[in-house]
Each structure stands twice: as C-alpha cells, then as structure tokens.
Design a protein around this ligand. Structure first.
Ligand code: SF4
Ligand code: MG
Length: 314
C-alpha cells in the first residue's frame, strides 16, 4: 500500500559548542505505509526520540527530507503546516510530564480543538466522547492529572492526541514508564484505535520484546543510524545485523527447545558526538572485518523489504 511517510537521508545534528556536532540522527532513510505500525528500537541515546521529534517538526532537520503524504513536511507553511500538525500527533513516554498539572482533563484534551471555535457544549461533548473512546469515564473530565494512575494518564495523553483526528501517531516509548501489568492494556487500546480509525503508527521502544506484538515492521537504530529494518517476523526469525542479533539474543525465548546463544556486546556505547569512523557499530561488533573501520556500510535492501547496513551483506 501507499507510503504515508517517507524519510530520506534525514539528519539532525546538534551543535554542542567548541565545533562539536552531536549527530543524533545521521542519514536515515525509510518509509512507513498507511495503516502499518513501524516499531523502532535501540539503546537510549541512539536517536530514536530525536528521529520522531524531527519527523513531527518539534525539531527542524539539519539535512534530508520528510515527506508526509508526498509533501515535504518541513517546508509546509500556513494552512498546510497547521493541517500537518493535526494529521501528525505524538504520544510521550511520561504522561506525568506531558500533561499540564494545573489544567483539568477537559482543558487538556480540548486544547487542540479550541482553534475550531466549538461551542462550550460541543467541546464538552467531544471530550466526553474521547474519554470513553480511551476507556475512561466522562466523569473524569473535571479532574486533574495527579488524580490518575500512570496508565490512566497515558490514556488521557492518547485522548488528547486523538482529539484532532490525526492519521499518523508517533508514540515515543508510550508504555516504558508503566507497570508491566498495565502495558498490555495500553498496547491493546492503541491496536483497537488503529483498527477502528486506520491509524498509522511509529512506535518507539527501547526493547525488542515490547514491539514484536504490535509492529508490522521493525527498524533498529544504533548511534544515529538505522542499521536494519524488516517485517517483524523476519527480523525475529532471521536477524542479519550483528547488533540486531545481539539485541535478540538477550530476549528470553518461551520455547525451551529453541536455543539461542547469548551475545554479550563488549565496550560502551560511544558518544554520538564522537562516533567511530566507518561502521558506527565496529567498536562493539563481534564480526568486524578490516573494511569496517574504513568504509561506511551502505543502507541496502538485501531481501524483499529487508534492509541492512553491514559490510557482511554487500
Ligand atoms: Fe560489524 Fe562490520 Fe557489519 Fe559494522 S559493517 S556491523 S562492524 S560486520
Ligand atoms: Mg528516548
């Protein structure tokens, strides 16, 4: 099906002084199809959140392009930019921090609706509808964020995102801060909403076990680069990049007859302000060859819809 989002050689570099550039996102290319969920994983500091924030224009890009429904998102102005900011919404990791503690749930959820000039009654009706949609009660509208549990606050964040009828939602670790018992409920809610409304998701998580169930495809990032992307099933069955192999090897397998050797990565994650030459993973890669320090591996499609950046496959 048609691509909703196309990210082309996207870069987001931060100037951190003394001529040092922190290359948080450094030349990333992929697309997201309408109606799918692209899971995005990698250790903290690998650029996942920055990528999400650059796509939605919380950050302006340093280089490259984001096309949303075929149009260059970073060049949209006026009405088109306003429409983009309704079509694309973000859900954050920490609902506590992203909900204004002095606003009622009514006002938080209705914030994005206020430009529509709704009557007070229509505004209240719409908020109550949204609360019920995310599994809360309309009686919650007059309360404040601190009166809710973490899972409920995330539902409020989801209702706020849905208020403006978005098509594409970037969920930045939406369940990482929640109790394990609540995580599945929030994932189920996001899946139900996707089915009912044909939503497209970019679902960011720090760990592969969280995204397997919800994702159509999964992308793996390391130090500002996308290193592998494939369908969820294929990535689990046949990971190609040594980093993906290491991440997967640390996930317990429920079937005791399947043996997977645990791969322990040596060394620390380098700083994105001082990334290794050649392949950014080479300082920790158990399979590195001499070429890896000299040449940046190309981002290449090596199987049907299976992309990898590694010299072992070129
Ligand atoms: Fe390892 Fe080389 Fe592949 Fe990088 S390019 S992942 S260092 S084998
Ligand atoms: Mg993050």
């Amino acid at each position: 099906s048609e691509a909703m989002v196309e990210v082309k050689n996207l870069k987001k570099h931060f100037d951190i002084g003394n001529g040092v550039l922190l290359k948080a996102v450094d030349g990333v290319t992929f697309s997201i199809k309408r109606g799918e969920t692209l899971g995005l994983v990698g250790e903290s500091g690998c650029g996942k959140s920055t990528l999400g924030r650059t796509i939605i224009r919380l950050y302006e890009n340093t280089d490259g392009e984001v096309l949303f429904k075929g149009k260059n998102a970073h060049q949209l102005k006026g009405r088109d930019a306003a429409q983009f900011h309704r079509d694309v919404q973000m859900i954050f990791q920490d609902p506590q921090a992203s909900l204004n503690p002095r606003m009622t749930v009514m006002d938080i959820i209705a914030e994005g609706l206020d430009i529509h000039g709704l009557s007070k009654g229509a505004r209240a009706d719409r908020v109550k509808e949204l609360l019920e949609l995310v599994g809360l009660s309309k009686a919650h509208a007059s309360r404040f964020p601190h009166e809710f549990s973490g899972g409920q606050r995330q539902r409020i964040g989801i209702a706020r995102a849905l208020a403006v009828e978005p098509e594409f939602i970037i969920a930045d670790e939406p369940i990482s801060a929640l109790d394990v018992s609540i995580q599945a409920q929030v994932v189920n809610l996001l899946e139900d909403l996707q089915q009912d409304r044909g939503l497209t998701y970019l679902f960011i998580a720090h760990d592969l076990s969280m995204v397997k169930h919800i994702s159509t495809r999964i992308g793996v990032m390391y130090l500002g680069k996308m290193v592998e992307m494939a369908s969820s099933n294929e990535l689990y069955a046949e990971p190609l990049h040594p980093y993906t192999q290491a991440l997967l090897s640390s996930i317990p397998i429920p079937d005791p007859t399947v043996k997977r050797e645990r791969i322990i990565l040596q060394g620390d994650l380098p700083s994105p302000a001082n990334a290794p030459s050649g392949c950014v993973f080479r300082t920790r890669c158990p399979k590195a060859i001499p070429q890896c320090s000299a040449e940046v591996p190309e981002w290449k499609e090596v199987g049907s819809n299976h992309w990898v950046a590694c010299h072992l496959y070129q």
